[in-house]
Design a protein around this ligand. Structure first.
Ligand code: KG4
Ligand code: ZN
Length: 323
């Protein structure tokens, strides 16, 4: 079985992005296309699963064609097929899985199922060519908030996670209440940058170990919006809210790193695009002389390149050549 010059065709359809990529040897992205369904879901203020699945169905063929066209590769240049298998919206996942199975069957190729969260971790390998496990990673997205120990390429251990809302989810819910378009997390920096970040105060629940709870911060913020009405200073609210979430994330992450003696820290997932989070964590790591890794912005949100990258390591593990 070959382990070099492996071109992996990868599919990601777990939520509202129809994404296809071709990745060589886990680290080199030969082509990556993401068709975002945001415009379709905007009028509903969030992702509607039935509509998401139909949109994947309508677009996956074209996105795949486009991925091949921009790579200059042919069907016969593909050696393996990968697809996100979990977690995610079932009907959306099924579109990618069926399409990938069909492709693999027609070319007589092996199909590698990939966990979406491991994919977010693998986005770091694409953007940081020298990064190797072990390291500690904060995965922050619209659906998940987890602190994980990346023990090796295929084995991650969850040390802490949210017990209720995810960080991206509360960014989206609060901004939605303020009338900003979905996904509101993507607009938070531009408004919060103009506000005073200690103007409003927020609760910070202390849970066991490195777990999070964001529902209290969310409810408190929504109450402020309801109660203050015209007295509310939106820039100050979003600046204070963003800071309280970011500080909470970094507090638990640095605590876990200290307790477990990790000096290599990373962030990934859609919320890792947040400017305050990226910059504050960088400063915290510098202060402690820790190495700090983040994905390029184009790989922080959902994409298929990260799935192709993780699939490479899953494949190597199967044939036992992975550290
Ligand atoms: O990883 P992702 O693309 O999809 C999931 O797996 O959930 O993450 C999407 C989440 C959304 O909640 C979105 O609002 C948030 O990432 N997000 C941000 C930023 N860009 C995207 N949150 C805060 N600041 C950003 N700059
Ligand atoms: Zn994701």
């Amino acid at each position: 079985m070959r382990t070099s010059n492996l071109n992996i065709l990868a599919f990601e359809t777990s939520c509202d992005d129809t994404a296809v990529a071709i990745v060589k040897n886990g680290r080199e992205v030969l082509s990556s296309s993401v068709f975002s369904q945001i415009k379709t879901h905007i009028e509903y203020g969030g992702v509607v699963p039935e509509i998401a699945a139909r949109s994947h169905l309508n677009n996956i063929f074209q996105v795949t064609k486009q991925t091949f066209e921009s790579s200059n590769l042919k069907l016969e240049d593909i050696n393996l097929v990968a697809v996100t298998c979990e977690p995610g919206l079932l009907s959306s996942l099924l579109v990618g899985i069926n399409f990938a199975e069909g492709f693999a069957l027609s070319r007589d190729l092996e199909l590698i199922p990939v966990n979406h969260l491991k994919g977010h971790v693998a986005s770091l390998y694409i953007s940081n060519k020298n990064l190797e496990p072990p390291f500690l990673c904060l995965i922050v997205s619209g659906g998940h908030t987890q602190i994980v120990e990346v023990k090796n390429y295929v084995n991650i251990k969850i040390l802490g996670q949210t017990r209720d809302d995810a960080a991206g989810e509360i960014f989206d819910k609060v901004t939605r209440k303020l009338g900003l378009d979905y996904p509101g997390g993507t607009h938070i920096d531009e408004i919060a940058d103009n506000g005073i970040d200690n103007f409003y105060k927020f609760p910070r629940p202390k849970l066991q170990k490195y777990d999070f709870s964001f529902s209290g911060i969310k409810t408190h913020t929504l109450n402020l919006i309801n109660n203050l009405k015209s007295e509310l200073i939106i820039e100050n609210l979003l600046a204070s809210f963003r800071k309280s979430v970011v500080d909470y994330l970094i507090f638990n992450l640095t605590k876990a790193a200290q307790d477990l003696n990790y000096r290599k820290i990373a962030i990934s997932g859609g919320v890792s695009a947040n400017k305050l989070l990226r910059e504050t964590l960088e400063l915290e790591c510098k202060k402690r002389n820790w190495e700090y890794f983040k994905p390029e912005l184009k790989y922080s949100g959902d994409n298929a390149a990260m799935i192709g990258s993780q699939a490479y390591y899953e494949y190597l593990n199967k044939i036992k050549k992975v550290k």
